[in-house]
Design a protein around this ligand. Structure first.
Ligand code: BGC
Length: 252
């Protein structure tokens, strides 16, 4: 089944039609910069542009970087606060005419990895981290998603973890991979002491550079790179539309 997956991020908005059975992109992905400020009013025409680009009239799955419950947005750490309180599922459907399923971006990436990537056949407790503009976290227990885990906001040295260890911080502070990895280690130690995962999967923007920082990571659980890399968010968002019942995500 083909579903258009859209991944709204703090830096870019990426999209592609996805074969949700195979977990692959059916066309080259289309990317636009996230506008600043990233208000609902500024992002909406870009969503329309994306649909127009793919000449899309079918179902849409959309990842968003914040807490989502039944299509409604509750937080906006790395995007404009105009998103908070919006029933985005109903809103996008009204604006585009396409049925739209909303999901947290990290949960989307996690779903893709558990179905098609490094999490396939992994039992027990699997933690998927997406490290990009923010830090997204998705938890799977025996393959089942625990939605909206917000461990990027865990306090480390009096700050949100994502304000110390995201990829944006690495770039802004011009940290070497080794120095940045020390911050990630401190964060992962906290997370491991709370959740005791059996496997940690790293996705998001940094996953394409996994080889540069992975040798510096020290964790109790094995740590691996997301196999679907940065496309996980697009693939997982599309899966939400095709399998709403299995993910616990319902529209409206
Ligand atoms: C948000 C999460 C999101 C993560 C990655 C955090 O700031 O609170 O919901 O998954 O960024 O985008």
């Amino acid at each position: 089944m083909a579903v258009l997956g859209i991944d709204i991020g703090g830096t870019g908005i990426k999209a592609a039609p996805v074969d949700t059975e195979k977990g692959i992109l059916l066309a080259e992905r289309y990317r636009v910069e996230t506008p600043s400020p990233s208000t609902v009013a500024a992002v909406t025409p870009l969503i329309q542009e994306i649909l127009h680009h793919f000449e899309w009239h079918g179902e849409v799955g959309c990842g968003y970087p914040g807490v989502i419950k039944r299509g409604t947005i509750f937080t906006a750490a790395n995007v404009d606060s105009t998103w908070v309180g919006l029933d985005a599922s109903t809103f996008f459907e009204q604006v585009t005419g396409c049925p739209t399923y909303m999901i947290n971006d990290a949960d989307a990436a996690g779903l893709a990895e558990m179905h098609f990537g490094a999490g396939v056949d992994q039992r027990g407790v699997v933690l998927v981290l997406t490290i990009g503009t923010g830090i997204g976290t998705a938890l799977f227990v025996e393959g089942r998603l625990v939605p909206n885990l917000e461990l990027g906001h865990l306090q480390i040295r009096g700050k949100d973890a994502e304000h110390r260890a995201s990829n944006r911080v690495r770039v802004d502070r011009e940290l070497t991979w080794k120095k940045w990895a020390r911050r990630v280690n401190e964060y992962l130690m906290h997370v491991e002491n709370l959740l005791w995962p059996d496997l940690i999967i790293i996705g998001g923007g940094v996953s394409k550079s996994f080889g540069k920082f992975a040798p510096h990571l020290v964790t109790r659980a094995p740590i691996v790179c997301a196999k679907t890399y940065n496309d996980a968010g697009i693939i997982g968002a599309a899966m939400t539309s095709a399998h709403p019942e299995s993910t616990g995500v319902v529209r409206g």
